[in-house]
Write a protein that binds this ligand. Structure first.
Ligand SMILES: NC(=O)c1ccc[n+]([C@@H]2O[C@H](COP(=O)([O-])OP(=O)(O)OC[C@H]3O[C@@H](n4cnc5c(N)ncnc54)[C@H](O)[C@@H]3O)[C@@H](O)[C@H]2O)c1
Length: 328
């Protein structure tokens, strides 16, 4: 993969965020010519500190993917588009559904239209989400599972995902969608519980404060370490088999939240937590237990997560212990 991206022109939307900045880091190291687009909306995960040590080796364009004129200029001449910009909070999508619609749905169509008009040879990899499935009817959840979102975010991400597949099928703009599950690691947003509960747990543990488990702690989730997720994005970009496909990512070691909390405090050697009832506004959009069947991406692209949960959590805690002040 390393030589494949050498001198390739790559655009990453949401490039100052958690996944985008880690992806950029890898691509720059491999000789890619990378441009990051990010709006740096304060409530989202974009953070200039994420690219501090390689900022001179990437182009950064602070613009909004909702601006279709900017996007039309930015996609020109690019070999790859990693399309990661998104409003990621499920709760916020219920409180402000129109913003979620604009970013996760309408802007996605504009981006694809820009590709169709000025760069139909580009390959696009879209960051979708397991949230499109809603409450699992069976476990592990494979790609044949019914799509039945429980929140506005899930609906808009689903539309965004399917625009990509339709543009692949109708206009031959090669596109792949990866349905991510909980992704964690260095540079994730840990400020509050807006994006993921794990972020705020990590912050609280490092600051020496108790963190909260909602419900009874028996909900099961699967977690992918960031480096593994980046491998999946890169494989999807390279491999023709991925064109027009939608793949789940997932992990071999699903865990319930109580065990996850114990593991974190054990790795850290400190930390306390309390189990509290689900806040009502979160309970109504909770999906219960979830873990994915990732056999399709393994079969087609040979992808498999490599980082055990314990090792990934250790690296994540290490990173944030060192860099905490830049993420508050
Ligand atoms: N991290 C996860 O666990 C997870 C799970 C499922 C799906 N995803 C998807 O992966 C993608 C990246 O997620 P992340 O965890 O890196 O989140 P993140 O918030 O760290 O990154 C998203 C980036 O998009 C930028 N952005 C948001 N709206 C924008 C706009 N209108 N114009 C330009 N930039 C904008 C934000 O500033 C941020 O930097 C998202 O699309 C998300 O839905 C992530």
């Amino acid at each position: 993969m390393r030589s494949f991206f050498n001198r390739k022109k790559i655009l990453i939307t949401g490039g100052l965020g958690f996944i985008g900045s880690n992806l950029a880091r890898r691509l720059v190291d491999w000789g890619g010519r990378v441009t990051l687009v990010d709006s740096l909306i304060p409530e989202y995960g974009g953070n200039l500190y994420n690219i501090k040590d390689f900022k001179d080796r990437v182009a950064v364009n602070i613009s909004d993917v909702r601006d279709r004129y900017s996007m039309e200029v930015l996609v020109q001449g690019q070999d790859f588009l990693f399309n990661l910009a998104g409003q990621t909070s499920h709760l916020d999508s219920m409180l402000d559904p129109h913003t979620d619609l604009e970013i996760n749905c309408r802007a996605q169509l504009s981006i694809l239209e820009a590709c169709r008009r000025v760069n139909p040879l580009i390959k696009v990899i879209f960051a979708s989400t397991r949230q499109v499935y809603g409450i699992p009817r069976y476990l592990p959840v494979d790609e044949k599972h019914l799509l039945y979102p429980v929140d506005v975010n899930g609906i808009n991400k689903m539309a965004g995902e399917w625009y990509h597949i339709v543009y692949n099928n109708v206009y031959r703009i090669r596109a792949t969608a990866l349905r991510l599950t909980n992704t964690y690691g260095p540079r994730m947003r840990i400020k509050d519980a807006r994006q993921t509960f794990l972020g705020i747990w990590i912050r609280r543990i490092i600051e020496g404060d108790p963190f909260e488990i909602f419900g009874d702690g028996t909900q099961i989730r699967d977690f992918n370490y960031i480096d593994d997720v980046i491998d999946a994005f890169l494989l999807a970009a390279i491999r023709e088999e991925a064109d027009g496909q939608v793949y789940n990512l997932g992990a071999d070691d699903p865990v319930n939240l109580m065990d996850l909390a114990k593991l974190l405090t054990q790795i850290r050697g400190s930390g306390t937590y309390q189990v509290i009832p689900f806040p009502a506004e979160r309970k109504v959009i909770d999906i219960g237990d979830y873990y994915a069947d990732y056999a399709s991406v393994q079969r087609d692209l040979g992808w498999k997560p490599k980082t055990p949960l314990k090792e990934g959590l250790r690296k994540t805690l290490e990173y944030f212990t060192q860099h905490l002040t830049h993420y508050l």
